[in-house]
Write a protein that binds this ligand. Structure first.
Ligand code: HEC
Length: 219
């Protein structure tokens, strides 16, 4: 009988603790059996600390930190994550209007910018498209099996307006990712410049090189 009362008592206590106060509101601090990370020593914005010499919890960014919203994103808001494309600006869209891509490079074509284009192409494009642009970069082999990569030297792309290729670099196409947030707008035109140079190199003959420059080719 005694046992029965003990079990009965615990059962009532259990039912009460589990179901008894459901929905009840209380202003009391909850009992913390496992406080886990409810309270922890951490820095709050605008807080004070003796850890740093200037006694501030929030510190200036380290010199050379790349800002999330760059100066360029202020000038070209479409590059900022929460802004849409500005359709009518040829420099940033490669488009003349919503439907038509334009032809022509809106930044100055110089030897310097061409070399920058080459550098950026090697960093961002060559692992897929290959250093010569033939679509056979290192990831296009049996091991990585990335085999949808386009050759940039095909006639269709040679004939494509500059703006459309610029748009592909900015926004990507099918299985190619976008580079609009990774490569600055002028630099994307420089990459395009270099793509044009690769196409030219792949389709031209020695007759295209002026006689006085042929010596520079080391042939
Ligand atoms: C991760 C691999 C990869 C990288 C890096 C890459 N591409 Fe591509 N690119 C592709 C693939 C795959 C396609 C074919 C997309 C398709 O299916 O139409 C393609 C297609 C293209 C096309 C043809 C688009 C068309 O109209 O058919 C151009 C131009 C191009 N890429 C330029 C570039 C340039 C310039 C860069 C460097 C900024 C670059 N790509 C970086 C994978 C890549």
């Amino acid at each position: 009988m005694r046992q029965f009362f003990i079990i009965y008592f615990f059962l009532v206590a259990l039912i009460l603790t589990v179901f008894g106060f459901r929905g009840c509101k209380s202003d009391n601090t909850p009992i913390e059996v496992f406080p886990d990370m409810d309270r922890q020593a951490k820095f709050h914005e605008q807080g004070k600390t003796s850890f740093f010499d200037n006694k501030r919890m929030d510190q200036e960014p380290v010199a050379g930190t790349v800002p999330f919203v760059t100066e360029e994103q202020k000038v070209y808001p479409h590059l900022s994550p929460d802004n849409r494309f500005r359709e009518n600006d040829y420099l940033v869209s490669g488009r003349l209007d919503a439907e038509t891509f334009g032809d022509g490079i809106p930044v100055e074509v110089t030897w310097e910018s061409m070399k920058q284009g080459q550098e950026i192409f090697k960093i961002y494009c060559s692992m897929c498209h290959g250093e010569s642009g033939n679509g056979k970069g290192v990831v296009a082999n049996e091991r990585y099996e990335y085999n949808t990569i386009a050759s940039l030297l095909q006639t269709r792309l040679i004939d494509l307006p500059d703006g459309e290729i610029f748009n592909t670099i900015t926004n990507g196409k099918n299985t190619m990712g976008p580079y609009g947030t990774k490569i600055r707008v002028e630099d994307r035109w420089k990459v395009l410049m270099y793509v044009r140079a690769l196409q030219r190199a792949a389709t031209s003959s020695i007759d295209d090189v002026p006689a006085e420059n042929r010596g520079e080719l080391g042939l």
